[in-house]
Design a protein around this ligand. Structure first.
Ligand code: ZN
Length: 428
């Protein structure tokens, strides 16, 4: 029942800790933090030379359950999350049926309790059936346990419905997450519009299709004075618009995903469908702007947008391939390798963006190792290098463009509610 984590470098924003210190876990909770703690019987983990962080919190993933269990289900999805150091994850509602009523919210919560290994928080849809026509029963969703609302995967086309949705979300105190895309501008494009799409002869999606909706949602948020969270920001102008809005005092927050600060549309070369994602991978200038936004705090969260697809949905012509990539098992090492190691942000900043801010924005009591909190902890070696091997993923799906990448940031332990799920890099 007792676990002692000894000698690890603990980073915790809430407690202001950034130094080696011991942590004692009792009955699933953090019971003591201090120097030279001792344990006569129980499990002692030697964490010297490693970082001990609050378990990672993902504000945006797709578990595909119910309806698409051949891609992923709650068991495989939460194992994949644990392998990547995530202890709490919020899953998007584009399942079948859609998470637009309390019975689906309850189904997910119950199944996660039985088969899941990490904490799962369902996100309900803004509109019924993701159709963008009428609002879901927002109060019912919130009451059943939904932590946020989103039509992710699809934009809410109607500005007036978005305004109404914001007003309701404020009434029920539930976070609104917007997927920003003007579908008419996107016009069934399959990659970023620009030099690369011309070379490949593929139909492009202009960056404006994202930015126009970011601008609209910022304006609606300012007008209604209701907070809005912008999902998967991918372009320079989106970052600039959000920076400008924050300066004006608009209650806007946003996230990006590792692929938007690591890859450009050049990854679509040779019609690589694993690089097909929505919003699409952009250009070098956008990647630079995303990193700038992460550095100056314009971008609050790094989310995975973990989007599993069966190989048959990717082994097709680029035009017909499904959008999305799996992300749980590469997100943290990509952030270490491409943000922390080059000196763009510190480990402390990363804890803000992968633990503290997602918890805050979703209203979860997570992201800190304070005494009394449930023991959700990740222990990592940020210097150890490894090669990504998609065949070793816990996820049912292997659609990652990062196969073969050499990354730093190994997950040594993942602990959820005091239970060790990953021990010495091995999933138990
Ligand atoms: Zn998504």
């Amino acid at each position: 029942m007792k676990i002692l984590i000894k000698g690890g470098h603990v980073v915790d924003i809430k407690m202001g800790l950034d130094k080696p210190i011991d942590i004692l876990i009792e009955n699933g909770k953090i019971s003591e933090i201090g120097d030279n703690l001792e344990l006569s019987s129980g499990d002692i983990i030697d964490a010297s030379g490693k970082y001990v962080l609050p378990g990672l919190v993902d504000a945006h993933c797709h578990l595909r359950d119910p309806g698409f269990e051949y891609k992923e289900d709650i068991e495989s999805g939460t194992k994949s999350a644990a392998a990547g150091g995530f202890t709490s994850i919020a899953c998007m509602p584009n399942t079948s049926p859609v998470i637009d009523n309390q019975s689906i919210v309850k189904y997910i919560i119950n199944k996660a309790k039985q088969e899941g290994v990490v904490n799962v928080y369902p996100i309900g849809s803004i509109s019924k059936g993701l159709k963008g026509e009428e609002l879901s029963e927002i109060g019912e969703l919130k009451f059943a346990g939904a932590v946020a609302l989103s039509d992710d995967g699809k934009p809410l086309k109607s500005s007036s419905l978005m305004k109404k949705a914001l007003e309701y979300s404020s009434m029920f105190d539930i976070t609104m997450i917007s997927h920003c895309e003007d579908l008419e501008l996107a016009d069934e494009g399959v990659m970023n519009e620009g030099y690369q799409s011309t070379i490949l002869g593929l139909k492009g999606i202009p960056s404006a299709s994202e930015e126009i909706m970011v601008a609209r949602d910022i304006i609606l948020s300012e007008y209604t004075k209701v907070p809005i969270h912008i999902a998967h920001v991918s372009t320079e102008l989106s970052v600039d618009l959000i920076r400008f809005a924050k300066k004006r005092g608009v209650k806007v927050t946003c996230e990006t995903c590792p692929h938007y600060f690591v890859l450009t549309d050049e990854a679509c070369d040779e019609f690589n469908t694993y690089a097909k994602v929505n919003p699409p991978l952009r250009t070098k200038k956008d990647v630079k702007a995303i990193i700038e936004g992460l550095k100056d705090g314009t971008i609050d969260i790094i989310a995975t947008d973990h989007a599993p697809h069966h190989i048959d949905e990717k082994n097709v012509e680029f035009d017909n391939a499904a959008n999305g990539m799996v992300g749980f098992e590469t997100a943290f090492p990509l952030a270490i390798t491409y943000l922390v190691k080059p000196g763009h942000i510190s480990i402390k900043d990363l804890v803000e963006k992968m633990c503290v801010n997602p918890s805050k924005i979703l209203g979860l009591n997570k992201g800190t190792l304070e005494i009394g909190n449930s023991a959700d902890i990740v222990i990592v070696d940020v210097d150890e290098e490894f090669t990504v091997d998609i065949e070793k993923f816990q996820s049912k799906s292997k659609n990652s463009p990062f196969n073969g990448f050499s990354l730093k940031g190994s997950i040594y332990y993942t602990i959820v509610n005091g239970k060790i799920l990953v021990r010495e890099k091995v999933m138990l």
